[in-house]
Design a protein around this ligand. Structure first.
Ligand code: ADP
Length: 221
């Protein structure tokens, strides 16, 4: 089973993806995390991606697609994967379809997590990430047990460059400009599933994950 997560930065893709991957025994592939790993290890790819990421812009497809294709060759994807942050353009969606078709698979669900933008801006401002294991915290709603320290690995928590307000605004603009065509793309393929989340909807990422997990276990599609 291959599930694509759509939704703005800060919509909870990471949290939903992690839960679904664990409970459905699927690989969790986050292109944002893959890029950050490359940055940390100072690889060529990381150096190429850095300028785009710091500004909140999309890394060019050529670089992104190569990285994703390589990750998809790993054996943990045999059973399927949750793709978190990929595709982000229609071109990436087309490439993904081809890649999956070659191995006899397809995108089974495109889960669009729909959170109002005003809630997202606040969420991202409160977000902290772990330098060690990339775990994410919210200093208001989901704070670590010890301030500034990751509960899972003890790593240092920090505010990512692209979580700063000016960059967040740009990431949301980028999202607005690219999301409609992706949503239409998957809607036309009858695999689109939209779930409202956030305070106004009264639904957390955990609620969304639980509902989707149940549906899949009951035989989605
Ligand atoms: P977000 O919280 O915006 O979903 P991510 O951690 O997924 O953040 O991504 C961080 C950055 O990595 C993006 O702003 C972008 O520069 C780059 N990136 C991640 N995935 C892609 C992709 N599929 N295509 C192009 N750039 C990407």
């Amino acid at each position: 089973m291959f599930i694509v997560l759509l939704g703005a930065p800060g919509s909870g893709k990471g949290t939903v993806g992690k839960i679904l991957a664990e409970n459905l025994k699927l690989a969790h592939i986050s292109t944002g995390d893959l890029f950050r790993e490359n940055l940390k290890n100072e690889t060529e790819l990381g150096k190429e991606a850095k300028a785009y990421m710091d500004k909140g812009e999309l890394v060019p497809d050529e670089i992104t697609v190569k990285m994703l294709a390589k990750r998809m060759e790993e054996s943990d994807t045999a059973n399927g994967a949750i793709l978190d942050g990929f595709p982000r353009t229609k071109n990436q969606a087309v490439v993904l379809d081809k890649l999956l078709e070659e191995r006899g698979n397809k995108v089974d669900m495109a889960l669009n997590i729909d959170v109002p933008f005003d809630e997202i801006v606040e969420r991202i401002a409160n977000r902290r990430s772990c330098r060690g294991c990339s775990a994410i915290y919210n200093v208001v709603f989901n704070p670590p047990k010890v301030e500034g320290k990751c509960d899972e690995c003890g790593g240092e928590l920090y505010q990512r460059e692209d979580q700063k307000p000016e960059v967040v605004q740009n990431r949301l603009e980028v999202y607005k400009n690219s999301s409609a065509e992706l949503i239409n793309y998957y809607d036309a393929k009858h695999v689109l599933r939209t779930e409202k989340a956030g305070d106004k909807a009264g639904r957390t990422s955990y609620d969304v994950a639980e509902k989707i997990e149940k549906e899949i276990k009951n035989g989605w599609n």
